[in-house]
Write a new protein. Structure first.
Length: 111
């Protein structure tokens, strides 16, 4: 069994290592050393990062149609899952578990 799975495992580890090495090499380079396409890609990622931080957790450069669609979807989800309660969809729900009450078992052998 081990002899049949060893070549597959070796190929998997080799592919994974090759991919990670390729990504690490690109990330480690500065923008001055990148080719023009890589430089454009990295610049766009950095631009998106600054816009994302400026938006404060909201959508980056949304159009009015996208904002309306997002509000409609949030209202639809709120109606579907809130059971008529006012629920904030942005926060994680809180769960409260209570211990079930168990009936005592009569273990008295004298009866």
């Amino acid at each position: 069994m081990l002899s049949t799975s060893l070549p597959h495992l070796r190929r998997f580890v080799w592919t994974l290592g090759r991919r990670n090495l390729g990504l690490t090499a690109v990330a480690a380079q500065t923008t001055a050393k990148l080719d023009p396409i890589q430089k454009l890609f990295v610049d766009k990622i950095r631009e998106y990062d600054t816009k994302s931080k400026a938006a404060g957790g909201k959508l980056v450069d949304p159009s009015p149609e996208i904002e309306k669609e997002m509000r409609d979807d949030q209202e639809k989800i709120k109606r579907q899952y809130s059971d008529g309660k006012d629920v904030n969809l942005a926060e994680f729900p809180s769960f409260q578990f209570t211990e079930p009450s168990l009936d005592p078992i009569n273990m008295d052998a004298k009866k």
